[in-house]
Each structure stands twice: as structure tokens, then as C-alpha cells.
Design a protein around this ligand. Structure first.
Ligand code: AMP
Length: 184
């Protein structure tokens, strides 16, 4: 059973690596960013509420995200495991997830922290060219990451559920490191 959380700054390569590992382990890759971008593209009520936060690089309010993740983890395909990418993004989200996983009896295996230096992150994000990848928004996403998401690393470290991977290596090397962690 594979149940993983991917942590790390924007641009660390979480999406790419999580997708690859999810194909390999045959469990769904659940990216809250992807779900929100799809909602924005489809102009759903969720998308309409989330868009302004995403455009600024702010976190979307928990009132929108927590139901979404609860509903997603309750779906049939998630019963066999999952890889979470982009959630939890704050301590309250991590607390919520912990309680949810207790309730649905789906214990977490490991939180994988992809470690990448700041200079590398900014260069990578500018190259990616997503709508929220302008320099000002990138800077804000890094501030938000440091203030709200970084404490989540310590949360899992203190529970001895954290493993750090050097994300500043060739993609294939990072992938091999991660496969080793999950014992694949
Ligand atoms: P990402 O694709 O993970 O970089 O997410 C893109 C944007 O979606 C973020 O900058 C946030 O505005 C929003 N978002 C994604 N996941 C979350 C989350 N767990 N909590 C709040 N906002 C989120």
C-alpha cells in the first residue's frame, strides 16, 4: 500500500516526480493545484472562488480545500493508496489530514520532502511559464511557502514520518532515490 505526501517548495519537481511514482505504484496522483486549475478552466463555482487567490500566489481558503480533499480520498480509486501533491500546505491542513486519515483508517506511509535551493527554484519556475509563474507571483509563492508550508515539514519530522530527498539532481536520480524510499 502506497500512501505518500510530497512536500517541497514550488518548482521542486513535486508534480513530475509524483506523477511518475504514481504510474509506477499504480495509485492516483492527487494534486490539489491540478484539481483547482481544472476547476478554474471549467469555470465551476470552486474555480471561480479559487482563481483570485491562485493568481496572486496565495493559498486558497481551507473552506474550499478541505472538503475537496476529503471527498477525493473517499473515492474508490483512493482505497488502494495515493500520492498527495500540494496538500497539506499549512499546519491546519496537516492536522485536518491526520484526523481524516485516522477516521478513514488510511495511515500515511511517508512524507517526502524534495529539497531544492532557492536560486534553482526561481530559475525553474520562470522557465515553466505557467500563468502564476511571473516573477512577482513566484516571489509571493515562496513567501507563502516559507511562512505557511515549511512548518509542515517539521510536523512530519517530529512524527518521524519525514524523509528528505535532494531535489537538485538529475530527474532520474531523484526518481531512483524516491523509489528506494517507497521500497519499489
Ligand atoms: P500548485 O500547483 O501546487 O503549485 O498550486 C497552485 C496554486 O493552487 C497555489 O499557489 C494555491 O493558490 C492553490 N493551492 C494548491 N494547493 C493548495 C492547498 N493545499 N491549499 C491552498 N491552496 C492551494
Amino acid at each position: 500500500m502506497t500512501r505518500l505526501i510530497f512536500l517541497g517548495p514550488p518548482g521542486a519537481g513535486k508534480g513530475t516526480q509524483a506523477q511518475r511514482l504514481s504510474d509506477y505504484c499504480q495509485v492516483p496522483h492527487i494534486s490539489t493545484g491540478d484539481i483547482l486549475r481544472a476547476a478554474v478552466a471549467d469555470a465551476t463555482p470552486l474555480g471561480q472562488k479559487a482563481q483570485s487567490y491562485m493568481d496572486k500566489g496565495e493559498l486558497v481558503p481551507d473552506s474550499l480545500i478541505l472538503d475537496l480533499i476529503q471527498e477525493r480520498l473517499g473515492q474508490q480509486d483512493a482505497a488502494k493508496g495515493w500520492i498527495l501533491d500540494g496538500f497539506p500546505r499549512s499546519l491546519p491542513q496537516a492536522e485536518f489530514l491526520g484526523q481524516l486519515l485516522d477516521t478513514i483508517a488510511q495511515p500515511l506511509d511517508t512524507a517526502i520532502n524534495l529539497d531544492v535551493p532557492d536560486e534553482v527554484i526561481v530559475a525553474r519556475l520562470l522557465q515553466r511559464g505557467r500563468k502564476d509563474d511571473t516573477e512577482a507571483v513566484i516571489r509571493n509563492r515562496l513567501v507563502v511557502y516559507r511562512e505557511q508550508t515549511e512548518p509542515v515539514i517539521q510536523h512530519y519530522r517530529s512524527r518521524q514520518q519525514l524523509v528528505s530527498v535532494n531535489g537538485n539532481q538529475e530527474m532520474d536520480v531523484v526518481y531512483d532515490d524516491m523509489k528506494q524510499i517507497v521500497g519499489a
